[in-house]
Design a protein around this ligand. Structure first.
Ligand SMILES: [Zn+2]
Length: 158
């Protein structure tokens, strides 16, 4: 994970946000901005309006109809736009996936910490050999087993 010197200054504290704002290169920030604007109603409406104006102007014959029917120049512009949009979206998606991974990792660490506190509290407040966690049933046993904390669910010797 990269975190730039300005990461803390932005007020971000979650590792995923530090990754998003702190360590982004210029290219990554541009990709995020461009894909964010591609995925907006403002862009769809503006592009639709531009298409209507372009076609109407060429049908009516403004500026000597610079792109007459079947609007080949307009098609070329859309092809170019699509050729750049796809890799930009992929770049932004990869960054999103990395942020999700960091977020999941952070959530897991926080949950593990909370579980450790809970276990310490349990050891302090319950008598030795207490089976209250084991009594919760197989679902709790399974959860604790995958977190490598099976000590609580083992039944004490008689
Ligand atoms: Zn207990």
């Amino acid at each position: 994970m990269r975190a730039g010197p300005d990461a803390r200054a932005s007020g971000d504290r979650h590792p995923a946000n530090l990754l998003r704002h702190g360590g982004a290169t210029l290219g990554e920030r541009v990709a995020d901005r461009v894909t964010a604007s591609f995925g907006s109603w403002a862009f769809i409406l503006a592009q639709s309006a531009a298409i209507v104006v372009w076609i109407a102007a060429n049908v009516v014959g403004v500026l000597r109809a610079w792109d007459p029917y079947p609007f080949i120049l307009l098609n070329l512009l859309f092809s170019t736009q699509a050729a750049y949009a796809a890799p930009l979206i992929l770049l932004s998606q990869n960054r999103q996936a990395e942020r999700d991974r960091v977020k999941a990792e952070h959530d897991y660490a926080v949950n593990q910490l909370a579980l450790q506190f809970l276990l310490a509290w349990h050891d302090d407040t319950h008598p030795p050999g207490c089976t209250c966690v084991a009594d919760l049933g197989p679902e709790a046993e399974r959860l604790l087993a995958v977190t490598h904390l099976p000590a609580l669910v083992t039944t004490p010797p008689p």
